[in-house]
Design a protein around this ligand. Structure first.
Ligand SMILES: [Zn+2]
Length: 149
């Protein structure tokens, strides 16, 4: 899961606040951050999510403050893993993330079946989009594990 910074140091997964145009504040965005210089970059797979959120908020005037964990499953999962990391000492963060992502996929599949029973097509579409995105993340994390190991 680690990535090298331009300065040569290892970058670590972290949650940061992103501020855009002094009026859009998005909290708990997953990033890779370098501890030795102040460089950080948004996780590639959530970048599109983040940019479309910023574009959406940007056309509405006023000041916006959003918790990214409330609109992005993967941010929510990373947040959850960080909060409970101390309970699971010994398990590598990749393992915890994989477990949580699989848990979330099962939950979304249940939701999808429920929406299907209700015949709620909007909800089905929403859940299926979330499933698509999160599955992509799982594959991405697993690929990174393989690259590291
Ligand atoms: Zn650096």
């Amino acid at each position: 899961m680690n990535r090298l910074c331009d300065c040569g140091q290892q970058m670590e997964l972290d949650l940061r606040t992103v501020i855009y145009s002094h009026r859009i504040k998005i909290e708990r965005v997953p990033v890779f951050a370098c501890e030795s210089c102040s460089h950080f970059e948004v996780l590639p797979l959530i970048k599109e999510n983040l940019l479309s959120l910023i574009a959406e908020l940007n056309i509405v005037s006023g000041i916006h403050k959003v918790l990214f964990t409330e609109i992005c499953d993967i941010a929510d999962i990373i947040d959850d893993v960080f909060r409970h990391q101390t309970d699971d000492i010994g398990s590598p963060i990749e393992q915890l993330l994989n477990d949580k992502i699989e848990e979330r996929i099962n939950l979304l599949l249940d939701l999808y079946r429920y929406a299907q029973e209700l015949g709620d097509t909007d909800w089905m579409e929403d859940v299926s989009n979330r499933l698509g995105q999160i599955t992509e993340h799982l594959q991405h994390f697993q690929t990174m594990d393989r690259n590291v190991g």
